[in-house]
Structures are given as structure tokens and as C-alpha cells.
Design a protein around this ligand. Structure first.
Ligand SMILES: [Zn+2]
Length: 322
């Protein structure tokens, strides 16, 4: 079932390919183009994997932030720059997507992913083909995302995973609360710290909803939509490089965009020290203020090194609850 016009898909894939060599990363050349077939008036956005601007003056391109590279993967970067709805958006990408991008696209509500056929012959798939099959494609399948291979020369769009479903599983593990008179981010954090503890990773923000109403938003670490604990136990959990759950800080950044919410307080409350990767993603989403409820690292033992580095360079503002 065609989900968008073939000529458009070919055009947007070409837009992604046209920028792929402009990337700063010397080894990994990946680009993506986000568009929404029901919002043709919103320009498609093509971008390479890119570093947040705030990191550029401070580090060489290949310096690590804790356990993470500085680069926002092209799929997420394109969605973050895209001006249309994330829910129902489509993404063209030059290479098979990694499990982290699969998680982010599922959380964003992406409906279809198109992969350039040349991407299947390149480096990533040789190194990470197993993760693509066992994790990325499973996440796409469970989230109701269709996946296609695009051959620009032949002008074809061929289904790899054609999902007819018209409904998609909703993202779960978020809660809204009313911001009571006199409530501050600190006092809200204290309330939820007392209620939830800090053994589990969760994040909290004060947001303005699309209709203008202020709201407290609580976001938990969660499995991608449709992924069950059984999947988590039995598939793809032993590679070490990728994990199924989505970090709550990354989720919060994607969810606020998907739902058209803006931050009322620039700070994000975090129950635990976020992982290196979610810190880099947060910077890419314009989040640079954190309030920590505990100094316990989330699943990433290098999270502390990452946050210390970013704090020392004054790239990230971090305060801890007393
Ligand atoms: Zn990726």
C-alpha cells in the first residue's frame, strides 16, 4: 500500500542524498529527510547527522561525551528541525536505521521509513546488521511503522515491512498534573521524589500545552510503543550497544514536540543522572538546564563523566536538589 506518492518519496530521498557528504563526521555519513504527506505545505527537511551547535566551539568532532558521540543521528535531527506534525511524519534515510533512531521515530509517531538501497551495501549494515534485524525492525513493526527500500535509479519504492494498520499503539508511561498555586519545579520534584523514589528514571517538566494551559508533565523510562517486557527479555538485549527502553529525558523532548508543548520553565527535573546519549540528545533539543533529584547514574556508568564535562564547560546548567 502506497503511503505517499512515489515521485515525492524519490524526490525527498534525493534531498537526503544531496546533503550526505556535507556532514562533519568523517566516518559516518548518514542523512535523512522528514516530511508529512498530509501537510504538503510544510517544507521537507533534509539533514546529516550533526552536532548541537553548543558543542562545536568546545570539542573536536570526534571527542566523546561520556559514552556517547556528540552527533544527533540524522533521523532525529531531521524530525527536530521539521516544522510539521511529528505524528504521521515520514522519514527518508540513506542507511538502515539504528535501534536508537527506531525508538525515537516510534516515540515521535512516525508512520513510514524509506531506506536508500545503497545503504544496505554500506558500512553500518555490515557492522550492525544484526541489531537492524533484531531490534530496529522489531521496534518499527510493533509501532506500526511501514519500512520501504528506495531505488532512486530504478525509480522504485519496495516494501520491506508493509503495515496496513490504521491505528498505532500510543506511547504510554507519561502523566500530567496540575501546577498548584505556589508550586515550583523544586517543590514538584520533591513531591514526586517522595512518591516515586529515585530507583527508576523519570523526568519532570512544566509545560504549556497547545491550547495555552500550563501543565506538569511526568515522563518515565519506557519500552517503545508495542514492545512488550517479553520482547525485552528475549530479543536483542545482549548486544551491549543498544537497549530497548527509551530514556525519559529523550522521551520528554520528543513528546513535548509531538504534542506541540513548550517549556514554561527551562529546567527539566531528572530523578537520576541521565545517560550520556540522552544528554547529547537533550542539547540537540535545546534543553540545557537540569535539576537532579539524585546523583545516581541511570543505566550508563559514564553518565557522571558526561555531565561533569558538560557542566565544567558551562554547556549544561546542572543543579542538585538539597
Ligand atoms: Zn541512528
Amino acid at each position: 500500500m502506497a503511503l505517499a506518492d512515489t515521485a515525492l518519496i524519490l524526490q525527498y530521498m534525493q534531498q537526503a542524498v544531496d546533503v550526505v557528504l556535507t556532514g562533519e563526521h568523517a566516518d559516518s555519513k548518514v542523512s535523512a529527510c522528514a516530511f508529512h504527506p498530509e501537510q504538503p505545505e510544510i517544507p521537507a527537511v533534509a539533514t546529516v547527522s550533526a552536532r548541537p551547535d553548543c558543542l562545536k566551539g568546545h570539542f573536536a568532532w570526534d571527542a566523546r561525551i561520556g559514552a556517547s558521540s556528540q552527533f544527533i543521528h540524522a533521523e532525529l535531527a531531521a524530525l527536530l528541525k521539521f516544522g510539521g506534525n511529528l505524528r504521521g511524519a515520514h522519514v527518508c534515510v540513506t542507511d538502515p536505521f539504528c535501534p536508537n533512531c527506531a525508538k525515537n521515530m516510534a516515540e515521535a509517531g512516525v508512520r513510514a521509513i524509506y531506506i536508500d538501497h545503497k545503504g544496505f551495501q554500506k558500512d553500518f549494515i555490515a557492522r550492525n546488521g544484526d541489531e537492524f534485524k533484531t531490534m530496529s525492525m522489531l521496534i518499527a513493526e510493533k509501532a506500526g511503522i511501514s519500512v520501504f527500500e528506495v531505488n532512486r535509479k530504478a525509480g522504485t519504492v519496495t516494501p520491506i515491512l508493509d503495515q496496513q494498520a490504521t491505528t498505532r499503539p500510543a506511547s504510554t508511561a507519561i502523566e500530567f498534573f496540575d501546577i498548584a498555586d505556589g508550586m515550583t519545579l523544586e517543590s514538584a520534584m520533591q513531591t514526586f521524589k517522595n512518591r516515586l523514589g529515585t530507583r527508576e528514571a523519570w523526568t519532570l517538566a512544566f509545560v504549556k500545552e497547545r491550547d495555552g494551559s500550563p501543565r506538569g508533565l511526568l515522563v518515565f523510562e519506557a519500552l517503545p510503543p508495542g514492545i512488550t517486557p517479553e520482547d525485552y527479555r528475549t530479543r536483542g538485549t545482549d548486544t551491549g550497544k543498544y537497549r530497548f527502553p527509551i530514556d525519559p529525558l529523550t522521551r520528554l523532548g520528543i513528546i513535548t514536540r509531538r504534542m506541540g508543548m513548550t517549556l514554561l520553565d527551562p529546567r527539566i527535573g531528572c530523578a537520576r543522572l541521565p545517560s550520556s546519549r540522552s544528554l547529547v540528545n537533550a542539547l540537540g533539543m535545546g534543553i540545557s538546564n537540569l535539576l537532579l533529584a539524585s546523583a545516581q547514574p541511570d543505566h550508563d556508568p559514564l553518565g557522571l563523566a558526561a555531565i561533569t564535562l558538560l557542566r565544567d564547560k558551562k554547556i549544561l546548567n546542572v543543579s542538585e536538589m538539597t
